[in-house]
Design a protein around this ligand. Structure first.
Ligand code: SF4
Length: 172
């Protein structure tokens, strides 16, 4: 079972992803209007995860606080996120960077490497946390809190609306 602390961390990671994808989606998700389980895109993501990575150690929880898509412990801790396409690359990138940021600053883990795996594209991208990125993440977290405290942002039509769980909410 997922712990409260872990849930909070995963919610924060998802908020960062949505910050780049759509501010309306960020607001709706953060106000517990969560419809993602109905989304075909999310289902597809789960299938790719299960089929391609079933031999990997998935969902390994580190000190009951974090579960990225999967991790491996060795001399260096690897944190992986499995994604089905690189269409929202910045969103994926910062979501993973947030996990690295958390592990470094909250858990004191320095030897850490992040990877985004795109099994459909047979690609793996290594991600590094720098001082400048940490500062940018802190700014993003502040922005997210301001957006959530405000009124729901006006939806903006974009390509991804077609596969978004909030499609009907925004456009019917
Ligand atoms: S349907 Fe479009 S505008 Fe509405 S939350 Fe989803 S991505 Fe954003």
């Amino acid at each position: 079972m997922i712990s409260e602390a872990e849930k909070k961390l995963l919610v924060r990671g998802t908020q960062i992803n949505y910050y780049f994808v759509c501010k309306t989606k960020l607001w709706l998700f953060s106000h517990h209007i969560q419809m993602e389980q109905e989304s075909d895109a999310v289902e597809l993501g789960k299938l790719i995860h299960d089929d391609t990575y079933k031999r990997e150690e998935k969902g390994l929880i580190l000190d009951d606080l974090i579960s990225a898509d999967f991790m491996r412990k060795g001399k260096v801790l690897e944190v992986h996120e499995v994604k089905k396409s690189n269409k929202m690359e910045e969103a994926h990138l910062f979501q993973l960077l947030y996990y690295l940021y958390y592990l470094k600053n909250e858990k004191g883990i320095e030897k850490i490497r992040g990877f985004i795996d795109y099994p459909k594209l047979r690609k793996r991208k290594e991600i590094r946390l720098t001082h400048d990125i940490e500062k940018r993440l802190e700014k993003i977290l502040q922005d997210i809190d301001s957006i959530i405290k405000g009124d729901v942002p006006q939806p903006q039509r974009k390509k991804i609306c077609r596969n978004c769980a909030y499609l009907e909410f925004c456009w019917s």
